[in-house]
Design a protein around this ligand. Structure first.
Ligand SMILES: Cc1ncc(COP(=O)(O)O)c(C=O)c1O
Length: 370
């Protein structure tokens, strides 16, 4: 059964062969496969530059540093996201300021952004939750008016495009992708920053590898406080192989999403998430339970039946760490309601039609009882 996970990687023989070839090549890191993977990411997304790193969290960290986020600065992030979107701001000595989301989509409510801007605000980091594109036109317009830098957290959204064919991650100054196993492609662990700015790409590469610049012969000079956020050629060999299959993987995820859409169209206890654009990575298939429904019971019963459900996400400010950091944070109404209502049901390309039908039957049976 693949149903016990809300999302999963698919590794086939071609992936295994690609990793074996990388292992046999004699170059395990800092080799040509990393550059080849970066070029392939540029081709896929239409970005001019891609810098592959160890994971999306490190990608966010160096992207924020390239946006010059430092002590006392503020970055506006949605409350509904994985903690890393906010944590990376703290790594820079900056502060994460939480914006509310739209209840129907889980996306940052761009209308709430302007009121959160202070003289310390440097950046906005919208999250393309589940693979749905935020309203980037509206967000970019605010950023341009208020002189802010936009860094897209597109960890969920490799394979999401707007109607004009523009990729997630290419609307702002920088875009960040994750290649963790639950994501649209995997490198085991991995991430990347894409940008159209040559100077930003140069600085991202510098920060990825200790801040050290190589000169002639043995000469090396550390010119910035960098990190070891490098990814290996082994990981990138897997990424290259996975990228070739991304469109097929996403097509399958969308076919599963269409089955769920049809099955739940008339259910009054749950509503599928509003997904703004057609070309969608379908990283997650979230449903929203009607207000007052017993989510805990449904969640437990589905897991007992082998249907691997999860919730994405607890509002970040609710985590114990953020509670003590931000004792005066007021709860954001839509983020709170979304957390109460949201369940991600299994949606990944390893699922068979029978497994999807099983999940639908189990969900139908259980929601009838809540
Ligand atoms: C929205 C979002 N941003 C960032 C990350 C961090 O990604 P990684 O695990 O590659 O560091 C995740 C991971 O789940 C995520 O969901």
């Amino acid at each position: 059964m693949n149903l016990d996970r809300y999302s999963s990687q698919i590794i086939d023989e071609s992936d295994i062969a690609a990793v074996c070839a990388a292992l046999r090549s004699g170059v395990l890191t800092q080799g040509a496969t990393i550059e080849a993977f970066e070029r392939a990411l540029c081709e896929y997304t239409g970005a001019k530059y891609a810098v592959a790193v160890s994971n999306a969290t490190s990608a966010l960290h160096i992207a924020y540093l390239c946006a010059n986020l430092g002590a006392g600065d503020e970055v506006i992030v949605p409350a509904i996201t994985f903690a890393a979107t906010a944590n990376a701001a703290l790594y820079c000595g900056a502060k994460a300021v939480f914006a509310d989301v739209e209840f129907e989509s889980g996306l940052i409510d761009w209308r709430s952004i302007e009121a959160l801007i202070t003289p310390k605000t440097k950046a906005i980091a919208p999250v393309h939750y589940a693979g749905s594109l935020c309203d980037m036109e509206a967000i970019n317009a605010i950023a341009a008016r208020r002189n802010l830098i936009v860094i897209e957290d597109a960890a969920h959204a490799l394979g999401s495009f707007d109607a004009a064919g523009k990729s997630a991650g290419t609307f702002g100054a920088m875009g960040v992708f994750s290649f963790h196993p639950v994501k649209p492609i995997t490198t085991g662990e991995g991430g990347a920053v894409v940008t159209d700015n040559a100077e930003t790409a140069r600085r991202l590469r510098l920060l990825r590898s200790h801040g050290i610049k190589r000169g002639e012969l043995w000469e090396q000079d550390m010119i910035a406080l960098g990190f070891n956020y490098r990814i290996s050629d082994i990981n990138c060999a897997l990424g290259l192989s996975q990228l070739k299959k991304l469109d097929a993987t996403i097509a399958r995820r969308n076919a599963i999403a269409a089955m769920y859409d049809r099955a739940f169209a008339c259910a009054d206890q749950i509503a599928p998430l509003k997904t703004p654009q057609a070309r969608h990575s379908r990283h997650l298939y979230p449903v929203l339970l009607r207000r007052g429904a017993d989510k805990a019971r449904l969640f437990a019963r589905l897991r007992e039946n082998g249907v691997g459900v999860q919730t994405h996400y607890k509002p970040v400010y609710r985590h114990s760490f953020y509670r003590s950091l931000l004792p005066n944070q007021t709860p954001l109404p839509n983020a709170e309601a979304f957390y109460e209502a949201e369940i991600s049901i299994p949606c990944h390309a390893a699922l068979s039609d029978d497994e999807v039908a099983f999940a639908i039957d189990a969900i139908r049976a259980e929601i009838a009882a809540i």
